[in-house]
Design a protein around this ligand. Structure first.
Ligand code: RP5
Length: 176
């Protein structure tokens, strides 16, 4: 299938310098990872997106991680499946917070991806979301940025109010 990611990263959002790096081990991860991109788009967060593989492009991965902070990124979202070493390896080579997304593959229902990402050694944290939980990865990145950005914090608060409203509406429909 045709996907929207390539080896070159590109910026999105409101045209500003990307603050989030959205990377994945393969273009085949994009159907899962696009939910993170959509969440960032909803909040107007500029990001770059690309394929960086721990196993197939290890030099690129290290260069990406080492240059990430100096290039202006504040958070990295890294998705991978199977022997999912990308998030942890990126975390080992950048001081930035790294959010790992376990991508479910055909076998093992994503448990292999989850355990590969979540079981990090002490000293090298990766904030791991649920299997396939790319939307939450995007939202968590927004929250991290919002800690120092009042405008984003307002948007996140409004989003949370919207969730409450949605539940109230569904509950009302249930009772009708
Ligand atoms: C992982 O291997 C990637 O993150 C992907 O989830 C998986 C399979 O990659 P492809 O063989 O589809 O390129 O490193």
């Amino acid at each position: 299938m045709s996907v929207e990611v390539g080896l070159e990263s590109r910026g999105r959002g409101d045209g500003a310098v990307p603050t989030v790096g959205l990377i994945m081990g393969s273009d085949s991860d994009w159907p899962t990872m696009r939910a993170a991109a959509e969440a960032l788009d909803e909040f107007g967060v500029a990001y770059e997106v690309g394929v960086v593989s721990a196993h197939r492009t290890p030099v690129k991965m290290i260069e990406y991680a080492r240059s990430a902070a100096d290039r202006g990124l504040k958070v990295v979202i890294a998705g991978a499946g199977g022997a999912a070493h990308l998030p942890g390896m990126v975390a080992s080579a950048t001081p930035l917070p790294v959010i790992g997304v376990p991508v479910p593959l055909k076998h093992l229902d994503g448990m292999d991806s989850l355990l590969s990402i979540v079981q990090m050694p002490a000293g090298v944290p990766v904030a791991t979301v649920s299997i396939g939980g790319a939307r939450n990865a995007g939202l968590l990145a927004v929250r991290i940025l919002a800690a120092a950005d009042p405008t984003l914090r307002e948007r996140m608060t409004a989003y949370q109010a919207g969730l409450e409203q949605l539940v109230a509406e569904k509950e009302a429909a249930l009772r009708a």
